[in-house]
Design a protein around this ligand. Sequence first.
Ligand code: ADP
Ligand code: CDP
Length: 215
Amino acid sequence: TGLVVAMDGPSGSGKSSVSRGAARALGLRYLDTGAMYRAMTWWMLQQGVDLADPAAVAARCGEPAIVSGTDPDGPAIHVDGVDVAEPIRRAEVTGAVSAVAAVPEVRARLVALQREIIGAGDIVVEGRDIGSVVWPRAAVKIYLTASAQARARRRSAEVAGSTVEAQQEAMARRDTLDSTRKTDPLSMAAGAIELDTTALTLDEVVAEVLRLVKE
Ligand code: ADP
Ligand code: CDP
């Protein structure tokens, strides 16, 4: 199989920006697995599924057709033919996605889809469990981190009308859910290289990733 770069880390560490920048520079495809969990969550909300009931989520998670694009310049995501790139970023989805992503049946389904896409060849893949679970044989595994404050500052700069404090609180809640769930929690994979981006610019982080890939 081709060159697979696994990019994991908590929310706001820079996974999307860094993965897209690196994929563009290297001429690789790009997969945002977080967008797939968001798309599943968007569909569940749309259907009125009770997200506090894991059995209800498990029972319905095979229904939506989730299709991910792999172009780093314009990552597309469709659910049953509907473009959901915009609605999956809404606060309603962000607040609910960790509960949906904790359901083992949801993960089994999305991980299978992810492996199909990755298996087709050269790609940068971002998520929480790419180096540990989805593709442990990735040639390069990177674990991005940044201080909780830096991550919250970055996210609040992107989201209109949000304070750093509110972002930090929401992120801390999601990080806790993501790293304490029973199935495939966020954790640093064996063989991963940790990259702390707190004091770096985006360009510096991308340059470091390119260096690690070319090594
Ligand atoms: P994640 O996918 O991990 O949630 P994103 O890439 O979506 O992270 O968000 C990171 C945000 O922080 C982007 O707006 C990016 O431009 C900004 N940013 C600022 N400095 C850095 C850095 N050193 N590394 C990565 N992103 C940075
Ligand atoms: O962009 P941000 O880091 O805020 O989140 P995301 O990458 O879009 O991921 C959204 C959510 O999906 C995470 O908080 C996790 O609950 C879940 N997720 C996951 O469980 N496994 C992955 N490989 C990717 C995302």
